[in-house]
Ligand binder design. Structure first.
Ligand SMILES: *[C@@H]1O[C@H](CO)[C@@H](O)[C@H](O)[C@H]1NC(C)=O
Ligand SMILES: *[C@@H]1O[C@H](CO)[C@@H](O)[C@H](O)[C@H]1NC(C)=O
Length: 360
């Protein structure tokens, strides 16, 4: 009996302790939630790059950060405009994430100082107007503009200087309420193009012919509003001819009898598309050639410099060797000179003898 009550007390106290622990941890975690862990941006090194991380801090302005940053993550804040001076202190940024702010206005020169910028993510904002200088950034490869529901109001009036200089490889324009695709001109580097979830009313194969490196295009939920299904035929045909993989959630329209009965592309249409494609290819090779020739030039000069250094080093070693060679006999002679008086005298008679001989 005694043992049983003892045990019950033990169990009770154990439960009490457990309950206390639970409530305490719950309390402390509640406190954690109430007071945000981070209120300031942190600086960190990641992927061998120096970055500033300011995600989810509800900031309305970019605070003063280290000017050497290469990554800036300013996602989930309350930024609503980018001014010409916003990034002037951070010229080394390569990756810029401004996802989910309230960006509305972007100054024409806001991105201009970012000549090393490779990835720009402006998803989930309310951007009304894109600066055209953004498309001239010399290193910009990945551009995300998805979920910008106001972008359609201005994007077709974008005054683009063509050809676009930015070597864009990925362009995401999904869910931007676009009815028409903007005319980008030639995009020789573009590989991935996401134009899904846009209520397109028209589509033109020519648009894709000027993207001669295109491998993947997502047009899911974007072709339902195109009234004349036959307008799709040349585009779909072009994708097939060029082995461009197409994402489409619903193939019903393409499997319809109506689509199958559409006239196929004429030889002339194909020639026009081929010409555009070839122009794009030659732009690509021109870019590639200047790039490789610049690299070869660098390699050649580098090699030459290396050779010169090696040659000078060799000359120096030879010089040292020669100096050593001329020194050694003298040292040997010094060593040979007798040390004690007797030895020195021992050499004398012979000398004297020979002098005697010569005298004789
Ligand atoms: C294109 O964008 C949509 C919506 O943003 C996304 O769900 C889809 O995965 C993207 N497609 C590709 C191929 O990345
Ligand atoms: C267009 O280009 C494709 C592939 O480069 C080629 O097979 C086709 O013959 C060309 N057609 C015309 C009409 O030039």
């Amino acid at each position: 009996m005694d043992i049983l009550t003892m045990n019950r007390i033990k169990v009770d106290s154990l439960i009490l302790v457990l309950w206390a622990c639970c409530t305490l941890t719950r309390c402390s975690s509640d406190v954690d939630v109430l007071s945000p862990k981070l209120t300031r941006c942190t600086h960190e090194r990641a992927y061998d790059m120096y970055g500033a991380y300011c995600g989810g801090l509800r900031l309305e302005k970019i605070p003063n950060l280290k000017s050497s940053i290469e990554i800036l993550d300013f996602s989930e804040n309350r930024l609503n405009e980018l001014q010409a001076s916003t990034f002037t202190n951070y010229p080394n940024i390569k990756f810029l994430y401004l996802v989910e702010n309230q960006l509305y206005r972007i100054d024409e020169n806001a991105f201009a100082p970012l000549i090393y910028l490779q990835t720009l993510d402006l998803s989930n904002n309310v951007i009304l107007q894109l600066p055209q200088t953004m498309f001239q950034l010399p290193s910009l490869r990945n551009l995300y503009l998805k979920n910008n529901p106001l972008l359609h109001l201005s994007i077709n009036n974008l005054q683009l200087r063509k050809p676009i200089n930015a070597p864009l490889e990925l362009l995401d324009l999904s869910n931007c309420k676009l009815e028409k695709l903007p005319n980008w001109g030639t995009l020789p580097h573009l590989v991935q193009y996401n134009i899904s979830h846009n209520p397109l009313i028209t589509i033109d194969a020519q648009h894709f012919a000027s993207m001669c490196g295109l491998k993947k295009v997502d047009i899911s939920k974007s072709i339902d509003k195109i009234e004349n299904v036959c307008e799709l035929k040349p585009t779909i045909h072009w994708f097939q001819v060029n082995a461009i993989s197409m994402d489409l959630d619903d193939y019903a329209r393409l499997n319809s009898k109506e689509f199958n009965e559409c006239p196929s592309m004429t030889e002339n249409d194909l020639i026009v598309l081929n010409t555009t494609h070839h122009t794009c290819r030659s732009m690509y090779s021109k870019f590639h050639n200047t790039f490789t020739s610049r690299r070869t030039w660098l390699k050649v000069t580098g090699g030459l410099a290396g050779f010169l250094v090696c040659f000078m080093l060799l000359l120096y070693i030879m010089h040292r060797y020669n100096v050593a060679q001329t020194k050694t006999p003298a040292e040997k002679i010094k060593k040979v000179t007798p040390k004690n008086e007797n030895d020195r005298d021992a050499a004398k008679p012979i000398l004297n003898d020979s002098s005697d001989v010569s005298r004789l």
